[in-house]
Design a protein around this ligand. Structure first.
Ligand code: ADP
Length: 459
């Protein structure tokens, strides 16, 4: 494939060559005409001067040869019968009768006669100009001629000069084209390298060219393309990571659900089977079994409700059902409920008489979760403190590692080395969503092996 400067050069040579040729021909014809016209005027001028100097027909030969010697013109004097009576370049005796010569015939009837033709005598192209004069009542013709080949010669030298100039310009054009081509090659190589890098997943690259507007624009656009690709790539990997996470979470959900649901279901089916197998079972034991079945199905219902609420809150589908909620009243109910499951534990409440605008069911779930977590993750008492600014739940339990603090409110997140019952890892995520739903804030302070304080900031 041709290089850019080769293309330039070929086109330049073709273009300049054609222009040079056309111009050459036009200029040649034009200059030649001008030259011939000018020479004609000069010859006429000389003929006029000579005619003034001729007083008689004596020593004409001498006059014509003097003119030949001084200004190099061929001079012929012809009488009215066409006989050559003086000639500068030849022996007039040997010369033919000139009455049939074109220029002589024309000068007979016109101011002067002229023609460019080959001289029979000198055997070369000459411009003849002939004019009629009268001397001593006799008509005669002075004819002067100039070598026309001289024009061709002069034109040849002129063409040579133009040709050299032309070659000089071509050389400059070649040099300029080569220079441009090198620059363009450099810029295109850079663009190609850039594109290669771009296709090799190296998106974080930029390119800039100031060589020409077009290159500047191209590189600017390419840099933008690279930026957009990088952004898209980042979005894609973020999206992929999100997908992976949500896949993992789904797995977690399934394993958590199957793990946590297994126990109560096993209890329910075990006791049910026993009751079915033994119709005469002791009524006290029957009641005890039925209570077990009921409490485990309650557990299942609670877990399912929490899951549903979590999903609803996350999707923003939960409708507002705000009323004036008596915080002390609902907390006492929560404590009483929890005491059933944790009969040997103490839950202390210190509270002002506070009523706030809230969704009672949700708020109960949130506070219950925090208190139950306090019970689950400690062996000691749990303290609840309610002011008009906040609700805090404190325990002196296992605490939470700093690295886990940020993530414990994530859905299905559970600190890996904890084992407990009735746990799906949705508790704190649900609490956090309920708090967000109320536009409250959750503050968690915890020190490992010392305890945790979960505070719902009401303002
Ligand atoms: P779950 O409902 O299964 O208890 P949560 O979302 O309530 O899950 O809790 C998430 C994680 O936070 C658990 O892994 C638990 O270890 C930790 N956690 C929650 N509350 C406490 C607490 N009071 N003390 C120590 N760790 C806690």
């Amino acid at each position: 494939m041709l290089r850019l400067h080769d293309i330039f050069l070929r086109k330049f040579i073709l273009l300049f060559g054609t222009i040079f040729l056309i111009l050459g021909v036009v200029v040649y014809i034009w200059i030649k005409n001008i030259y011939i016209e000018q020479t004609k005027i000069d010859l006429l001028h000389n003929i006029n001067i000579l005619s003034q100097g001729i007083k008689d027909f004596n020593n004409l030969d001498e006059i014509v040869s003097q003119i030949k010697n001084s200004i190099g013109l061929r001079v012929t004097i012809i009488n009215k019968d066409g006989v050559v009576i003086a000639e500068s370049d030849e022996d007039k005796i040997s010369m033919e009768n000139h009455s049939d010569r074109f220029e002589v015939i024309h000068s007979k009837y016109q101011e002067y006669g002229s023609i460019v033709r080959k001289s029979d005598t000198l055997n070369k192209m000459l411009l003849y100009v002939s004019k009629k004069f009268t001397l001593q009542d006799e008509e005669y013709y002075i004819r002067m001629a100039r070598d026309i080949e001289q024009i061709n010669e002069e034109f040849f030298y002129l063409s040579l000069k133009i040709g050299i100039l032309f070659l000089f310009f071509i050389a400059i054009a070649f040099w300029v084209a080569r220079h441009i081509s090198k620059k363009v090659e450099l810029e295109t190589t850079e663009i190609l390298t850039f594109l290669t890098n771009l296709t090799k997943h190296n998106k974080n690259i930029t390119i800039e060219s100031t060589y020409s507007y077009e290159f500047h624009k191209i590189t600017q656009l390419l840099s933008e393309v690279s930026k957009t690709l990088l952004k898209k790539e980042k979005q894609k990997s973020k999206y992929t990571a999100k997908l992976k996470l949500s896949n993992r979470q789904k797995d977690d959900i399934i394993s958590a659900i199957s793990h946590e649901f297994k126990n109560p279901i096993a209890v329910i089916s075990g006791y049910t089977q026993t009751l079915l197998d033994d119709e005469d079972i002791n009524p006290v034991i029957r009641e005890k079994f039925l209570k077990k079945i009921s409490s485990n199905s309650d557990k299942l219902t609670t877990m399912i409700d929490r899951l549903r609420l979590t999903l609803k809150l996350e999707d923003g589908k939960q409708t507002k059902n705000f009323t004036k909620v008596d915080l002390v009243k609902i907390t006492k109910i929560i404590i009483d409920d929890l005491k059933i499951s944790y009969p040997h534990r103490e839950i202390y409440l210190e509270a002002d008489d506070i009523k706030i605008e809230a969704d009672e069911t949700m708020l109960r779930i949130a506070i219950e979760n925090l208190v139950e977590n306090g019970l689950k993750y400690s062996q000691d008492d749990v303290y609840i403190n309610i002011t008009n600014k906040e609700i805090s739940v404190r325990d002196n339990g296992i605490g939470i590692k700093e690295k886990d603090l940020e993530r414990i409110t994530n859905k299905f997140y559970r600190v890996s080395n904890n084992t407990w019952n009735n746990s799906l890892g949705v508790g704190l995520s649900l609490v956090s969503n309920i708090i967000k739903f109320h536009k409250f804030k959750l503050e968690i302070k915890s020190i490992e092996n010392e305890g945790s304080t979960f505070t719902i900031k009401l303002h």
